[in-house]
Write a protein that binds this ligand. Structure first.
Ligand code: KG4
Ligand code: ZN
Length: 340
C-alpha cells in the first residue's frame, strides 16, 4: 500500500509518502515562520498557516516521491495531542481526500508517531525497548513491550524538556535575532563554548512512584541566577552549558533507572530534543557502560514530521484499524495501547 502521512499538530506542516514496503519516499517539513514576532507559537496563526500550506506541501511530497494521487491507497493523519485548530486542518484534509479518492483513513496519536520514528531511523529496532521521548510538548519514558503495547515509566510533572530549552533561550535573549520560536538548537550552540560546571543549578527528581521529571524549578533557578548576577553575572555561554548539563544529567539518570527497572537492552531517543548532541553523547556513554544499545533517528525524523505518522498509521492499518470517518481532532487523547 502506498500511504500518505500528514502532520499538523503544532507549527510544522508536513506530508510524507511511504511505499508498499513502508520505506520513506518523501518527507516534506515546512516550519512556520509566522510566530517569530510573538515569542511562541500562536494557535490561531498556526491553524491559518496549515490551511494555506498543507495542499502545496502534499503536492511537493507526491512530486518528490514521484507519485500521484492515483498511486495512493491510504492516508494517515495526526488526530492529537496538539493544538486543536491545527489538528482540525490535517484531520479534515485527510477525511476529504480519503472520501473523494476512496482511500483507507487512519488517525495517529502523535506520540505513537514519535515512537515509530525509532523504527524508521533505527537500523531495524524492534521491541522490547525503552523510549525517552523528549520534545517541546512532552517528556516521557515509555516501555515499548510491543508495537501498540506501551507502559509509561515516567513523565514530566510540569514543563517538557524542550519547553525548558525554549524558555531559557528567551531568558538568555538568544531568540531575539532569529525568526525561530524554538530555542533548543541556539542554547546548545551557545553551550558549546561554555563551562557546564560553572553555574550551580538544581537537578530535580520528583519524589514519586515512577521515573517522573520536573523542569520548571530549573528554569526559575536560571532566571534567578541571571537576576542575581546583575551586570557581572555568568556569561550566556556558561549559563547555557550549565543549564544543558542539568537537563542532560536528569534525562540520562532517569533513562538508566528505566533500563534497570525494565531489563531492556535497547533504548530509543526520540522527539525534537533528541537532536541535542550533548544528550546523544552522554546517553550513549551511559548505556555503553551498561551494555545497552542506543538508537537515535536522524534529526529530521526527531522533530515533528509526517514520515513517523505514516509509519505508525501503516502499522495500525496492517492490524485492521482505520476507516472511521467519525475521526476527530482531540487536544489530549490517551496513547492507544497504554497500560493503566
Ligand atoms: O518534537 P518537536 O519537533 O515538537 C514537539 O512535538 O514538541 O520538538 C521541538 C522541541 C523544541 O522545544 C526545541 O527547542 C527542541 O525540540 N530542540 C532541541 C534541539 N533541537 C530542537 N532541544 C535541545 N537541543 C537541540 N539541539
Ligand atoms: Zn512532536
Amino acid at each position: 500500500m502506498t500511504l500518505l502521512g500528514l502532520e499538523t499538530s503544532c507549527d510544522e506542516t508536513s506530508a510524507a509518502v511511504l511505499d508498499d514496503g513502508g520505506s520513506v519516499l518523501s518527507n516534506v517539513v515546512l516550519s512556520q515562520q509566522d510566530h517569530a514576532a510573538y515569542g511562541g507559537v500562536v494557535p490561531e496563526l498556526a491553524s491559518r498557516a496549515h490551511l494555506r500550506t498543507l495542499q502545496p506541501v502534499v503536492e511537493q511530497a507526491l512530486r518528490e516521491a514521484d507519485a500521484s494521487l492515483d498511486d495512493l491507497q491510504a492516508v494517515a493523519v495526526t488526530f492529537g495531542p496538539g493544538l486543536v485548530g491545527s489538528l482540525l486542518v490535517g484531520v479534515n484534509f485527510a477525511k476529504a481526500l480519503a472520501w473523494a479518492r476512496g482511500l483507507a483513513l487512519v488517525g495517529v496519536h502523535h506520540l505513537e508517531g514519535h515512537l515509530f520514528s525509532a523504527r524508521l531511523g533505527g537500523d531495524g529496532l524492534e521491541p522490547p525497548f525503552a523510549a525517552l521521548l523528549v520534545s517541546g510538548g512532552h517528556t516521557e519514558l515509555i516501555h515499548v513491550r510491543a508495537w501498540g503495547g506501551y507502559r509509561c515509566l515516567g513523565r514530566t510533572l510540569d514543563d517538557a524538556a524542550g519547553e525548558a530549552f525554549d524558555k531559557v533561550a528567551r531568558l538568555l535573549g538568544l531568540l531575539s535575532s532569529t525568526s525561530a520560536v524554538h530555542g533548543g538548537r541556539v542554547v546548545s550552540e551557545a553551550a558549546e563554548s561554555g563551562d557546564p560546571g560553572s553555574v550551580d543549578l538544581p537537578r530535580a527528581r520528583p519524589d514519586r512512584e515512577g521515573l517522573d521529571f520536573s523542569f520548571s524549578g530549573l528554569k526559575t533557578a536560571v532566571r534567578r541566577r541571571l537576576a542575581d548576577g546583575g551586570g557581572a553575572g555568568p556569561s550566556t555561554e556558561d549559563v547555557a552549558a550549565s543549564f544543558q548539563e542539568a537537563v542532560v544529567d536528569v534525562l540520562v539518570g532517569r533513562t538508566e533507572e528505566a533500563v534497570e527497572k525494565t531489563g531492556v537492552e535497547r533504548v530509543a531517543l526520540v522527539g525534537g530534543v533528541a537532536a541535542n548532541r550533548r544528550l546523544r553523547r552522554r546517553l550513549r556513554e551511559a548505556l555503553d557502560s551498561r551494555g545497552a544499545a542506543l538508537f537515535v533517528p536522524e534529526p529530521v525524523l526527531c522533530t515533528d514530521n509526517a514520515a513517523m505518522i505514516a509509519a505508525a498509521g501503516r502499522f495500525r492499518l496492517l492490524h485492521g484499524e482505520g476507516g472511521d470517518f467519525g475521526l476527530d481532532a482531540h487536544p489530549r487523547p490517551p496513547l492507544p495501547g497504554l497500560e493503566a
